[in-house]
Design a protein around this ligand. Structure first.
Ligand SMILES: C[S@@+](CC[C@H](N)C(=O)[O-])C[C@H]1O[C@@H](n2cnc3c(N)ncnc32)[C@H](O)[C@@H]1O
Length: 206
């Protein structure tokens, strides 16, 4: 999803409904040019007879330290979630990577979130049905739309959702639509450009 959004590590990256924090860790990897799969457990060379785990750990730490210290990325990677439990899980996941000091987390409803100035990209995957205990998903989407208009100037915003009726409540003009599958569920991945007198000299706000 981040690659599809074309966020190229220019500007802030925000997921204000971050759940377990997957998108932020992936954004940090892109931002600091850390290769995909590096945190996976078990490479086949680890089964070699002469494999020395200590040397491998040192090589890995050294390589990643050098990468991050040389990284040009100076913008913010920020996540939030209304659920304390989700933020605890995010924290745990982030602490398992090298990005502990590079990702900010807030336990808060997005409606209270302070979006950093300077613009960038926001990607969210909001609840889309009753499994997420949302009493009124359509009202939630309407609030997301209002929040974007009022607080997220100069951001490209991408929303993944499988709820077509709720999507209509966002009330912003779509700049792009893609179809993605979350398991077997067909979802839309929608782009909104929140610019006054926009990037392309047009006002996208209705
Ligand atoms: C579908 S999950 C996001 C999953 C996430 N992309 C991941 O990788 O784990 C939706 C999240 O939105 C959060 N949420 C619901 N209402 C919210 C609100 N008002 N403000 C912030 N987060 C909210 C839920 O707690 C839940 O973690």
């Amino acid at each position: 999803m981040i690659l599809l959004s074309e966020w190229n590590a220019q500007g802030n990256f925000i997921d204000f409904m971050c759940g377990s924090g997957t998108l932020m860790v992936e954004a940090a990897m892109i931002a600091h040019k850390v290769p995909p799969n590096i945190f996976r457990e078990g490479f086949s060379f680890e089964k070699w007879k002469n494999f020395n785990p200590e040397i491998w750990e040192n090589v890995l730490d050294e390589t990643l330290d050098i990468k991050i210290s040389k990284s040009d990325f100076k913008d913010k990677i920020l996540g939030g979630d209304i659920s304390k439990n989700a933020i605890e899980i995010s924290k745990k996941n982030i602490n398992n990577t090298i990005f502990k000091n590079y990702i900010d987390l807030r336990t808060t409803s997005f409606t209270e979130m302070k979006i950093p100035e300077g613009g960038g990209t926001i990607i969210i995957d909001p609840p889309y049905d009753e499994r997420f205990k949302e009493k009124n998903v359509e009202i939630l989407y309407q609030k997301i739309g209002d929040f974007l208009k009022q607080n997220c100037m100069n951001y490209d915003v991408w929303i993944l959702s499988g709820n077509r009726e709720a999507i209509k409540k966002i009330g912003l003009r779509k700049a792009k639509t893609m179809t993605l599958f979350n398991g077997s569920l067909e979802c839309k991945f929608l782009k909104y450009e929140i610019y006054k007198g926009s990037k392309k000299n047009k006002n996208n706000l209705k």
